[in-house]
Design a protein around this ligand. Sequence first.
Ligand code: CP
Length: 315
Amino acid sequence: MNHFITLADLPNFNQTLNLAMDFKKDPSKLNTLGKGKTLGLLFFIPSLRTRLSTQKAAQNLGLNTMVMNFSQESWALEFEDGTKMSGLRSEHVREAAAVVSQYCDMIAIRAFASLSNKEKDEAEIVLKSFTKYASVPIINMESATAHPLQAVADAITLNEFKTPHKPKVVLTWAPHPKALPHAVGNSFTKMMENLDADFIIAHPDGYGLNPLITKGVKCINNQEEAMENADFIYTKNWCSYEHYGQILRTDDKWMITPEKMELTNNGKFMHCLPIRRNIVAADEVLDSSNSLVIQQSQNRIYSAQAVLKQLLENG
Ligand code: CP
């Protein structure tokens, strides 16, 4: 693995999952692997979990870290080639990526989605530019279209709470006042290809994810039907893909409530966080013993640790 941009970059998903589970049992078992090396973490948008869990994972492997919040602390970057840089963008990614490569042995990046230009978002210009102009491995800490570190963490959580039978796992859309990207839904859907489960996506009309991602997955517009007898309810908002970036509805009919959780097979509630209480899910759902949201965030450490370990071992 030269870079970690999507789950497809992992040489072996199940081995990565097992590695992450081993790190959870003994986080410091390879605590000198990264000695003398530095991981740079570049944030173009905010983060709580990704920033701290990736730093923690790096520490567990003996790596040093450098963190920069690009949106507030650095020069605004230009990503287009051939532009006359007379505007607000002071530095081109060609120089920035080459410079950071001299200070860091790996660069982890949280990019952004415009949610106004589908083609540009799908081109993943931030990650692709760093991959092109940096001379060290690039790690995706959430981009316009993918959040693979979250998906590996979610697989760990599903594995920890696995049922004796083949589980029913539901990814359900839920409301949100802001337009949010498809990254978590996309990566969760791709991750589920690796697990033995009955997987269903529920979303209102007009909120289907990228059909290339959901190909072969059962998708329905009836949330309550999807939730019946489910073992896991993974909840996430995303904006419309078809009417790219738009919020098509603002009612709370798709909020996760205790009454809806009653339809499940004593189902566990999952969400990547941050979550807006009583908009996405009711307090009672989040505060119930069936909520796994805190465990999911803990597993972000071991997800990142498993990925960093493989990149370090690659040289
Ligand atoms: N789930 C997740 O990526 O959280 P942050 O945005 O806080 O990093």
